[in-house]
Design a binder for this molecule. Structure first.
Ligand code: 26Q
Length: 802
């Protein structure tokens, strides 16, 4: 079915009138957006219901991707693209005389995630639908997303993200699919008809209401579902909810996303959120499966459940609970099914990010679940003790030292554990999860992360997309491996020049944004150097900042020296409770204040820290980037995904050999990436022999002395406290993330960057080479491997070939 521009215009004008009683000329951008959203939703509705019916009729095996976070970004353009009507709709809108861009911008960007993990979940939803894999997402409909970030005097200030203020045109409330979730109280086992069944007392019941959003496949007429759960007071249970405090407890449950990434705090509300998602999601799966009229012991043939980090790991005991308490399976039956159904992705090796819940909390909040965890643990120990002895078995216990180790439960209760990049998986096997690897060697596997080129190339960088189309045709859009054909153009001067032009236009677009929002003038001919990711010490935004200070000092010492102009661009939110990260934000903003206003510096050096970095800003920044900063301490970044997005948009990577930077290096070759710094092995050696002395490095490096002194000598304005804390962390407290160790090599590799940029042809040759090698990082490949090797689910599109 092809949509005609004329037909669209008529339909759209009718929708606007129907919804608002206004003509398109009278409607506001938001109203125009909302009406277009409603139109798109009804356009996709046919496929949505057909897909669902087909899955049910064919009884296909389905995947359920559980995640506490989804970061989909604005959905209007990506839905139009995937439906194959983006061009027609845009033309129709512009024919009417409306501004398509302002309609697109009227959409809120749902920030229901923190960063990499949440965005990965959304890239995966796009790939799953686009590959025709029957699968849905399961998450929470937070009333407030990740806070919006403001800078006041260079300090981060958090503002609530009221993203639902004007409603959400994409969601469909499914009240008839609501389920009850039980919390608290006491539980004891009683005999009934020869079976032990749990009897509950004083529990509170909360209603979980699903809101469904269409996940539209790329031009394949397939529409999957993202189901987000919202907590409500059960209408029939008003007796228990007469008090304000009881009502508040319910409203709080799905009120707000926890803003801490990679630094877990054991808050009771977070535990409730996790159980809420798991219980609602599993109940809904079992209810669907029962409709198929198949024996429950065969559920693993129709259902795969994936848990995105340990956050939804309570799926495991909840699944067992439902099968034994409510469906009367034996423990052994339930346990065997559970392991077959469940699979788990680990996203971190950072100890402080590992979820460990105090026993007392679990007992109080989810007493029956705690009993089941105890039983899983007891059986695990009983079985493994004779095989592996005390030490190893004890190391793998789920319950230990008063806490439940969620990663241990996730591994023991599933059939697959995967890391998110080669190096990360190797470290999991050999270091972090070593005892488990000895016990379950075949469970461990790698699935290097990926990104969806649909959003990160086709939508975010239309000009580059057009250039690629001109050179190699359009097949790469369905077959990302075809991007390698671009390798044939690296010696074509004309192509390199065209690539340069595209980059320049994207840089100008970003420069306009910076001028308008921040009133900073940046020169599009400068190198745009980009570091965009959550602010965390291990990601070492501080190393980047020290490099900027070093350049600043060089300019001040020698104001007339010729130097390659550079704009340093940062986007990063810090967890509200992460003081050190906030101090680094303040430092970078203070450096920006100093540098951007120094007449000696001019265009040679500018620093831009964009406020409120998120998916929408990423779409603006990434196409404009020349340099991609991937400078985490080796071994600490599980994968990274901005590295892949930036590469696909032609940025050259400055990197440590960490996370997926290793795979990027392997594809592009050493000559097409700027590597520096310690290797993960060297980092581990330092840990083992304990010989790292940051003070020694500091004292023996005159440049470092000069640079670090600016933190405490008043050179940088208004950072008395922050400067001292940061200085001490580096010199006094032995520099936890080896910033000083890697500093000198970083400076020298950055000099190579400047040199290469003098030769535009050489630069864009490498840039094009990077684009040409970005195909393997398509999330489509990643998802194919998950589907084949872990979920054992077939695509509904048998002809598909990537
Ligand atoms: C846990 C408990 C309580 C509150 C919050 C959390 C929590 C929330 C989010 C812990 C961690 C996260 C997010 C982690 C994350 O984004 N990790 C990133 O995942 C990416 C996708 O695999 C990787 O590319 C990054 O390397 C990794 O840091």
């Amino acid at each position: 079915m092809t949509l005609q521009v004329e037909e669209f215009r008529k339909d759209y004008e009718r929708v606007v009138k129907g919804m608002y009683g206004l003509s398109v000329e009278e409607a506001s951008p938001f109203q125009l957006y909302n009406a277009l959203g409603a139109y798109v939703k009804s356009f996709a509705g046919e496929h949505w219901s057909r897909t669902k019916t087909e899955y049910e009729k064919k009884q296909v095996k389905q995947l359920y991707y559980f995640s506490m976070e989804f970061l989909p970004g604005r959905m209007l353009k990506s839905n139009l693209l995937n439906l194959g009507i983006l061009d027609v709709v845009r033309e129709g809108i512009e024919d009417i005389g409306l501004d398509f861009h302002s309609i697109v911008q009227a959409e809120e960007d749902p920030a229901l995630g923190n960063g990499g993990l949440g965005r990965l979940a959304s890239c995966f939803m796009d790939s799953i639908a686009s590959l025709g894999i029957p699968g849905s997402g399961s998450g929470i409909r937070y009333r407030y997303g990740l806070f919006q970030q403001r800078f006041i005097d260079g300090h981060q200030v958090e503002v609530p993200d009221n993203w639902l203020r004007n409603g959400n045109v994409w969601e469909v409330r499914k009240e008839n699919k609501a389920v009850n979730v039980r919390f608290g109280g006491q539980v004891y086992m009683a005999e009934q008809k020869g079976r032990l069944i749990p009897v509950y007392e004083n529990t509170r019941t909360i209603l979980a209401v699903p809101y469904d959003t269409a996940m539209i496949g790329y031009q394949n007429e397939l529409v999957n579902n993202l189901r987000l759960w919202s907590a409500e007071i059960p209408p029939e249970d008003y007796v228990h909810y007469s008090s304000i405090s009881a009502q508040q407890e319910v409203n709080q449950l799905t009120e707000v996303l926890y803003p801490d990434d990679s630094n877990y705090e054991g808050r009771i509300l977070r535990l409730r959120q996790e159980y809420f998602l798991c219980s609602a999601g599993i109940q809904s799966i079992v209810r669907y499966y029962k409709k198929l009229q198949l024996p429950l012991t065969m559920i693993a043939e129709k259902v795969a459940i994936h848990i995105n980090d340990t956050h939804p790991a309570l799926c495991i005991p909840e699944f067992i609970r439902i099968l034994i308490d409510e469906e009367q399976l034996t423990w052994e039956q339930a346990w065997e099914s559970c392991k077959k159904v469940m699979s788990y992705t680990n996203h971190t090796i950072m100890q402080e990010a590992m979820e460990k819940w105090p026993i007392e909390m679990l007992k109080a909040e989810v007493p029956r679940i705690y009993q089941i965890i105890e039983e899983i643990n007891r059986r695990h120990i009983e079985k493994k003790l004779p095989l592996y002895g005390e030490e190893l078995t004890y190391q793998t216990a789920i319950i230990r030292e008063g806490v439940v180790n969620m990663a241990h439960m996730a591994i023991i209760g599933s059939h697959s554990v995967n890391g998110v990049a080669q190096l990360h998986t190797t470290i999991l096997k050999n270091e972090v999860l070593k005892p488990f690897y000895e016990m379950y060697p075949t469970r461990f596997n790698n699935k290097t992360n990926g990104i969806t080129q649909r959003r990160w190339l086709q939508l975010a960088n239309e000009e580059l997309t057009q250039l690629i189309d001109e050179k190699i045709g359009t097949a790469w859009k369905k077959k990302p491996s075809e991007l390698t054909i671009l390798k044939g153009f690296v010696n074509e001067d004309e192509t390199l020049k065209q690539l340069e032009d595209v980059k320049l236009r994207n840089k100008k677009r970003f420069a306009r944004y910076v001028k308008e929002k921040m009133d900073i003038t940046i020169d599009p001919n400068a190198i745009f150097d980009v570091q965009i990711k959550r602010l965390h010490a291990y990601k070492r935004q501080l190393l980047n900042a020290l490099h900027i200070i070093s350049r600043y000092l060089e300019i001040k010492e020698n104001p007339n020296a010729a130097i390659q102009p550079r704009v340093f661009i940062f986007g990063a939110k810090a967890a509200p409770s992460y003081l050190y990260a906030k101090q680094i934000i303040k430092l970078i903003n203070a450096i920006a204040e100093l540098v951007n206003n120094d007449p000696d510096v001019g265009d040679k050096l500018k620093v831009v820290f964009v406020e409120n970095y998120g998916v929408t800003l990423a779409e603006l920044i990434i196409p404009a980037a020349d340099v991609s900063e991937q400078i985490s301490l080796a071994s600490k970044e599980a994968s990274g995904t901005s590295n892949m997005k930036l590469m696909a948009n032609g940025a050259l990577t400055v990197a440590t050999l960490d996370g997926a930077n290793v795979e990027i290096r392997n594809y592009v070759g050493e000559e097409n990436i700027f590597l520096f710094g310690l290797t993960s092995q060297e980092v581990y050696e330092y840990y083992e022999n304990g010989t790292y002395s940051s003070r020694q490095i500091f004292e023996s490096n005159p440049r470092l002395i000069k640079v670090l002194n600016t933190l405490i000598d008043g050179t940088i304005p208004d950072i008395q406290e922050e400067g001292r804390v940061i200085f001490d962390s580096l010199v006094q407290y032995n520099d936890e993330y080896f910033v000083l160790k890697d500093f000198e090599e970083y400076i020298s590799v950055q000099r190579e960057v400047d040199e290469l940029y003098q030769d535009k042809q050489a630069w864009y040759r490498k840039s094009l080479w990077n684009i040409a090698n970005s195909g393997p990082f398509s999330a489509d490949f990643t998802i194919m491997r998950y589907a084949d090797e872990i979920w054992k689910i077939d695509s509904q599109m048998p002809e598909i070939e990537l």
